[in-house]
Design a binder for this molecule. Structure first.
Ligand SMILES: [Zn+2]
Length: 51
């Protein structure tokens, strides 16, 4: 059993894994406004969503 193995899991914030916006290519983190909808969030912003 590996002892201090830091698995390469993405850094999480509040237990949510950051995502990468397919439009601008930037990583974005969980936001409170997406709390109820995070699994469905794809774009970092409304701007990218409409792009
Ligand atoms: Zn974006």
């Amino acid at each position: 059993m590996p002892s201090s193995a830091q698995t390469r899991t993405a850094q999480t914030k509040n237990g949510f894994t950051p995502k990468t916006c397919p439009v601008c290519g930037r990583p974005f983190e969980w936001r409170k406004k997406w709390a109820a909808n995070w699994p469905n969030v794809v774009y970092c912003s409304e701007k990218c969503r409409r792009a």
